[in-house]
Design a protein around this ligand. Structure first.
Ligand code: ATP
Ligand code: MG
Ligand code: MG
Length: 547
């Protein structure tokens, strides 16, 4: 087998290990606990944890919880569940908020070095003084403050002497830098807000750029991998580390994953939830990991997807159908085959003894030699799909039609003898006869038929609810369309139908995966109860989205 070429991050890591720059690698996944994880995060998880595994290193889970207003422990718990479900284990569970004292000390150190100052300007004034990318900015009088005064003011900020927005701490770097992030960026802001972990201990919070790199450094992260929009932050990341003289973590950027027919920012996903466009973060139509899990996606299929998407240096839009391809590939190997009729029409097998039921045996999964078999009852009255019968069929119609023969899957060959109708001309039942020697597995009839139909035994069929999903948005890239992205929601993303299933369905567990023959892949939904089983369609059998 051809060896897979390395992606650019792997190349860097292999070089760093070869030259002895690092003895071993340490990566991290740094979610902000302000929402549920989505498939884009799954890409980042697979990349970071995957590198840790591949190079015998480790990966930390670090909650980037420096923004008290939007964060919550509910999100922390869901993030941990999702990472574990994807199949990864973190070396350490850390929180940026655990470093608040250390980060405060780092800011003090910068002030002492004359590299940071307390600024009383409003955010509007600061923005104005910063200039524009083509116009240099300028410093104000506050930047002239002495080290002593800055230390005192910073201590007072921490002590709660000032209201939100009254003061900030800024790094003293370069107001003429072509990189706007280097024009005396804000390091600390005042926010009298309750934090989900530190409570009311702090009323000043570090900005992302003063928390992320330093947290990486505190943990001795060797390769800090983030998405492309952080490229302009990198000089500041390195400036802080250099000036503080701390462990030199390094930042590397790759293209974020974008999927068509959905949105992928937590802010937008939160709107879908809060405004009831979906039933929750784990609605099976959501691109969240919890939504995909509920939809029936497997960790294997998502890891395979992340691998196939690769590590790009340029943003692009990945086809949702690639994700579907991956889940089909995996489900084909692991899903139990079951027969479920959605829109039934009744067959009466007139030569089958009345009151008799026999148990037929069928493989759970022809792809899996250890998959075992299940028993399927068969008797005189059978349900088939109304779509599988035509009274006046065209040529080459191999399903059921007057005078024609088909095989009932794992059962017998039958022949259509008569069509019964009510006064209005609607078909009420189809009378057939079966060929007793044609039983699947011991067929001695010598008859060859081209069509095989799925079916259910009328007397024992379990009535189930089936939720068929379509894409959540009508357009490929709703975030880039004009106006509110929610105007592009597909109003028909959910269709609920009834199904009549073989009795083995009653043993379904939430972790089971099913292929409903000739229909698609399905899984049990958590809304099910003792009297009603509900199934979600994970994906159709074939690609219905292909353009
Ligand atoms: P969003 O913009 O969707 O709200 P975020 O970047 O704010 O996401 P974080 O919790 O900060 O969310 O992300 C944690 C990690 O996951 C970061 O390293 C981030 O770069 C990465 N990540 C987020 N979205 C994607 C994506 N679409 N593709 C790849 N990586 C992503
Ligand atoms: Mg982020
Ligand atoms: Mg965000």
């Amino acid at each position: 087998k051809e060896e897979k070429s390395l992606n650019f991050i792997e190349e860097i890591i292999e070089e760093d290990l070869k030259t002895g720059k690092h003895q071993s690698i340490l990566t991290r996944f740094p979610p902000e606990p302000n929402g549920y994880l989505h498939i884009g995060h799954a890409k980042s998880i697979c990349l970071n944890f995957g590198l840790g595994i591949k190079y015998n290193g480790k990966t930390n889970l670090r909650f980037d919880d420096t923004n008290p207003v939007t964060e919550d422990t509910e999100y922390v718990e869901s993030i941990k569940e999702d990472i574990q479900w994807l199949g990864f284990n973190w070396a350490n569970e850390f929180y940026a908020s655990d470093y608040f004292e250390q980060l405060y000390a780092f800011a003090v150190k910068l002030i002492e070095k004359g590299l940071a100052y307390v600024d009383d300007s409003t955010s509007e004034e600061i923005a104005k003084q910063k200039g524009t990318p083509t116009q240099p900015g300028s410093r104000n009088q506050y930047s002239e403050r002495s080290v002593e005064e800055n230390l005192q003011l910073f201590a007072d900020m921490r002590a709660g002497k000032y209201k939100d927005g009254e003061k900030v701490v800024r790094a003293k770097i370069d107001m003429t830098s072509p990189n706007m992030h280097m024009r005396d960026p804000i390091l600390y802001r005042i926010k009298h807000a309750h934090h989900h972990r530190t409570g009311d201990a702090w009323c000043i919070y570090p900005m992302y750029d003063f928390a992320h790199g330093q947290s990486d450094s505190i943990e001795k992260i060797t390769h800090s991998i983030c998405t492309l929009e952080f490229i302009p932050h990198r000089p500041l990341y390195e400036w802080c580390i250099d000036q503080l003289e701390i462990f030199p973590s390094r930042q590397y950027e790759f293209a974020r994953l974008n999927l068509n027919y959905t949105v992928m920012s937590k802010r937008k996903l939160l709107q879908l939830v809060n405004e009831d466009h979906v039933t929750g973060w784990d609605d099976p139509r959501m691109p969240t990991i919890s939504g995909l899990r509920r939809r029936g996606y497997t960790p294997e299929s998502i890891r395979d997807f992340a691998e196939r998407v690769g590590v790009a240096k340029r943003d692009n839009l990945i086809e949702f159908s690639l994700l579907e391809f991956c889940v089909r590939e995996h489900l084909n190997k692991v899903a139990f085959r079951r027969m479920v009729v959605f829109n039934p029409i009744k067959l009466v097998i007139t030569n089958y003894p009345e009151g008799q039921t026999e148990l037929l045996s069928s493989e759970n999964n022809p792809e899996d030699p250890n998959g075992g078999t299940r028993a399927i009852p068969f008797s005189r009255e059978i349900l088939i799909e109304a779509d599988d019968f035509m009274e006046n069929p065209p040529k080459k119609y191999f399903r059921l039609a007057p005078g024609q023969m088909v095989r009932l899957k794992s059962a017998y060959i039958i022949k259509c003898d008569e069509v019964l109708k009510d006064d209005a001309g609607n078909i009420t039942a189809i009378h057939c006869s079966y060929i007793p020697e044609s039983r699947s597995g011991s067929d001695t009839s010598g008859i060859h038929v081209k069509g095989t139909l799925h079916w259910a035994n009328a007397a024992t069929a379990a009535e189930v609810e089936v939720r068929e999903y379509d894409r959540l948005f009508r357009v490929e890239n709703p975030a880039s369309e004009e106006g509110d992205f929610k105007e592009y929601i597909n109003p028909n993303s959910l269709t609920v139908v009834k199904g009549y299933a073989e009795p083995a369905i009653n043993d379904a567990a939430l972790t089971d995966r099913f292929q409903f023959l000739r229909k698609g892949y399905y899984c049990l939904d958590k809304d099910s109860n003792a009297t009603k089983l509900i199934f979600n369609r994970t994906v159709t059998l074939k690609d219905a989205w292909a353009k």
